[in-house]
Design a protein around this ligand. Sequence first.
Ligand code: KIV
Length: 288
Amino acid sequence: MSAQKPVKAATIQQIRASKNQTPIVALTAYSTPIARLLDPYVDLLLVGDSLGMVIYGMETTLGVTLEMMCAHGKAVKRGASSACVVVDMPFGSYQEAPEQAYRNAAKILAETGCAAVKLEGGREMAPTIAFLAQRGVPVMGHVGLLPQSFNSQGGFRTQGRTSEEAKRIKSDARAVAEAGAFSIVVEGVVELLAAEITETVAVPTIGIGASSRCDGQILVTEDLLGLFSEFTPKFVKRYADLAPDVSSAVAAYAQDVRSRRFPGAEHCFGTPREQPLKKGSAGESDVA
Ligand code: KIV
């Protein structure tokens, strides 16, 4: 199977139609250069509120703001020419009422140009998802481990280990799908539950820490690249270990600067100091 994606530009309709098809490939992105690098290979880029922890050094995602999501959403959209871009609604921006969710989702769509928003929650969020979906806001659901419910779920803990918990999460997924979500992220649940949810709901499930029994997979890009070492969950597969490369590159730069090996003659502009520049010569303005 090729690493290149089969469909050039992924739309919400195409993602929705991917149920029981070739698995959906999704990753998180928070910036334009990373979005550009990922875009040729992924169907979907999620501007996840995990950015609070991964790039802002927060301990949870609870401190992420709507302004942060809009700024990073805009940046990712600039770097994505074919992947479907989805932006997370941050904690506190949608839970109060469907109208509040609509106002903030509309702001995200209008400011970033993304295709959809994602919000966390089960049955309790179904009326909000229906309210948004019926008014032209495509919504991706998110059930199972809910990072925004860090306090009430007792930390980052695998979900669905008891039959009672599994039953509740399955009915959450069903409610979210029936409310009109076009796909659902299923996070941190046991394999059997992921399989049951995937079989039960009519829309694609995208798993993270939820086994292969989903219609697609998502990971946090920095985890996959070995760039986020604060915490590596068991479900992450590292495809690269870039942190040591970054450290040794920066160490070499620091040594070069301190020993005056950088910048070298090849990095300098213009003519030697003893020959004064003529006014208007190329050497005055060229930087590339
Ligand atoms: O915020 C995020 O990155 C997410 C993914 C982990 C699914 O919600």
